[in-house]
Design a protein around this ligand. Sequence first.
Ligand code: F3S
Length: 783
Amino acid sequence: ATATSLLEKDCTSITPPYSKLLDNLAIVRKVIGQRPLTLAEKILYSHIHEPEWTLANGGIQRGETYLQLSPERVAMQDASAQMALLQFMSAGMSRCAVPASIHCDHLIQASEGADKDLQCEICEPKRSIVTNQEVFDFLESAARKYGIEFWKPGSGIIHQIVLENYAAPGMLMLADSHTPNAGGLGMLAIGVGGADAVDALTGTPWELKAPKIVGIHLTGEMNGWTTPKDLILNVAGRLTVRGGTGAILEYFGPGVLNQSCTGLATVANMGAEVGATTSTFPYTPGMRAYLQATGRAPVARAADHAASQGYLAADEGADYDEVIQIDLSRLEPTINGPFTPDLATPLSKFGTFVKEQGWKDELSAALIGSCTNSSYEDMSSVAHLAHQAKKAGLKTKVPFLATPGSEQIRATIERDQITSSLEDIGATVLANACGPCIGQWKREDKQGEENAILTSFNRNFKSRNDGNRLTMNFLASPTIVTAMAFSGKLSFNPMVDSITTPSGEPFRFSPPQGQDLPAAGFTAGETQYYPKPVPEPQPEMNVVIRPDSQRLEILAPFPSHFGESSGNERGLELPPLKVLMRVRGKCTTDHISAAGPWLKYKGHLTNISENLLITAVNDEGGEVNVAFDHDRTSGESETDTIPNVAKRFKARKQPWALVVDDNYGEGSAREHAALQPRFYGCAAIVARSFARIHETNLKKQGILPFWFVDKVDYTRIGAGDTVETVGLADLLEGKTDAIISLRVTRRDGEAFEVPVRHTMSTDQLKWLRAGSALNHIRAQLTA
Ligand code: F3S
């Protein structure tokens, strides 16, 4: 492996098919009229699967219409890729329907620096690699079998690699929560769960409610200490963590034009913090320069042409659902937190804010990098401060950790002596991975102690970084984080305050200066980290899963509830279902499938299912993680944990139902929350209402979501009751207006019918009949 400079890449597979996209858009425009469109609408509508469908269904209402989309690419990180690939494998396809990549970044633990944590070849075990070896082996073998680009541990953070290699103006792609980072290249990159990634991998149209479009009009120019990070910290303060929900943030105006592509990526990255679907910008000269500098001049040329056809910017007079005006020249550096990214305080008021809260004026650690802020511009700006400090004889007063976003960044900053400048002032340079940003920080000090850290990351929820709920994480630009590390005080304002040097002189930083792109170009670094572009699938490859693995397990297809082998004697009605429990109140995907220590079992459905509903409240009795087994056999207790009772039902081959409250499954797209009940034999969930994404996930796994017509009926059904569907057979036989109800037989013998409704489309009914969406795909392939 040698360090190499970047050559122009073969861009065939990464250039969006602009002429096809423009054709699609023309078809959609015929329906919606020639009204001016926002950029986000152009990108979304040009990716509608079979745009003629739109013609037949009469138009698009933002915030109303469900769009069926065809994303062009999928990227997956090592934690969520496990279940996505296990599901993809169960569909029986020989290759992915769209180009995809896997990135090993979330499972790398940061402790003593990149060498010991990851890279030492000879003397030290590669700690993170050894611990997660079987997961990496599985991912790599699956990648080879299905022709997916595999980025090894140490290659970098998914979103930085996507920006450097795959992102392109006008593209639509899916990946995980901070993938909107790629919006810095003028595209729509949307964070999804594994089940949605599987849709794209299998070529199933991916559904999205047409988002509202919030326009952010930028004027003026940033100056001095203000950076793009301060722009998004300010936006987070204005919009709050929910303010972008169901919307795309589309920036426009003269203030966009003079910003670097990587700066825009930072802004787009943190759109996730206000709940936005994604963020985007019109195509700029900075994007063209970044594409050229990263070996993708052909993409830049194609984008130039698409831009000349009006594709890569909003139409004049485009209509936004809301417009926010920001004058960049008036922006001040901002610090957000603790514990929520929308608590924004201007730097000049931060010291007073800390005092008012009664917190210690003490910084305990400073961390820069992550997918949000590890660009060449970020690192060279920080190095400019480091040079100044070194000249004054200063070193950082607190541990100072830097995470390069990719091997390309690591190698380039090493060559340009930025790394040595950081190490000179006391920095530890960690592996090219998520590390402390995702809790992979083996922090020995401050456990159980209230303390404050400053980071250039994007999220600051409790326990996210070091597992200590008392650690207050404040978010700021990398330059503010760095400057404050020299003072060790939260009240220090580097714009106006001085630090005393070892020789007793007052020292004040001059504003940082960085370069957006390296003068000598990027260098690729260690070529061992780079996958072959567009690898051909190797069907003979065995996917590596140890039979005794506790972390990975082949996903057996779920059996259909119908047909001869199901043992269901009711034809196209569901078999009689036993009610497992009535869940009270808020039940998010976290209640259904808890995270934390369970995350290591993401690829092992049997093991992770042990956490099913363990924080849910049973409405009959009000206790958490308690279920009643009224059909227990001798030797079994009547009361047990929810997963244990679900396991008993499964062992008895007793299909079951859940009765749940309002907005069941809110929170995230976590597919485990649908897979796990299905794994134990759940066939239907009857809700006062469902969170939309979770409802779709249930349908994908072959669970039928029913809505109470009268919400009062929720209280009439309890554990141990039997429910039988009435009218489902008519629906499955094509009678789309069939009325469905549930015949309930209570444990005391009382029987009554409860009217319910459903939201199953014709396609979704096929999934139900087949047992799951993936079963349906597999059946089609073999038909
Ligand atoms: Fe990784 Fe943190 Fe980004 S977990 S992908 S560095 S948000």
